[in-house]
Design a protein around this ligand. Structure first.
Ligand code: PRP
Ligand code: URA
Length: 209
């Protein structure tokens, strides 16, 4: 199955993105707004989830209704992916959570894996990889490789800001994975940062710089 690339166009998301892009936004507001955008995106991202017909006994009669067919596993890429998880979990409270720890070497932009732990059910679940920034695409490609190694096949990615270079690399490496972004920016700079972007998302979320 081939994936799709969706760039959101919604007034609330535009408004909240302008808050987190602003260099004067403090850590508390940045963290809260990243989480809120995650929640807003989750509603639309889950539109294609498969459902099954079930019968439920109401106090009055039997209702034929629908439930999600598969479990959902969220996989935030540490650190910055954690910032979107609470907002998404508000919509999908039954989701299980796996974690992938990756960092980019600041000089070479090479990706290093320092942690990977997934729920047992991941191979049969819909997996949502979460990371606010899609820059060179190296981190996301690595995360998808790790998730696919579990046997999982139904994989989507949710992020905030992407660069065209990174999106193209991911589509080429993993054409079956759908990509959902709040914004597609202009380009990468010579240090691999997204322009105009919002800076280093992990540092801004956790106040490390
Ligand atoms: C950032 C971001 C992504 C990655 C994107 O993480 O959260 O994971 O860079 O860049 P790429 O598309 O070029 O791979 P970073 O490596 O800074 O780690 P951190 O979240 O721990 O700060
Ligand atoms: N990671 C970030 O946090 N920001 C960028 O612009 C690129 C990678």
């Amino acid at each position: 199955m081939s994936g799709k690339v969706v760039i959101f166009n919604h007034p609330l998301i535009h408004h909240k993105l302008s808050l987190i892009r602003n260099e004067n936004t403090n850590t508390k507001d940045f963290r809260q707004t990243v989480s809120e955008i995650g929640g807003l995106m989750a509603y639309e991202v889950t539109r294609d989830l498969k459902t099954i017909e079930v019968e439920v006994k109401t106090p009055i009669a039997i209702a034929r209704t629908k439930q999600l067919a598969n479990d959902v596993v969220l996989v935030p890429i540490l650190r910055a992916g954690l910032g979107m998880i609470e907002g998404i979990m508000n919509l999908i409270p039954t989701a299980k959570v796996g974690h992938v720890g990756l960092y980019r070497d600041e000089e070479t932009l090479e990706i290093h894996t320092y942690y990977a732990k997934f729920p047992d059910i991941i191979s049969k679940s819909t997996v949502m990889i979460v990371d606010p920034m899609l820059a060179t695409g190296g981190s996301l490609i690595k995360a998808i490789d790790l998730v696919k190694a579990t046997g999982a096949k139904d994989i989507i990615y949710v992020g905030l800001v992407g660069a065209p270079e990174g999106v193209n690399r991911v589509v080429e490496a993993h054409p079956d994975v759908s990509i959902f972004l709040a914004a597609l920016d202009e380009k990468l700079n010579e240090k691999g940062y997204i322009v105009p972007g919002l800076g280093d998302c992990g540092d801004r979320l956790f106040g490390t710089k």
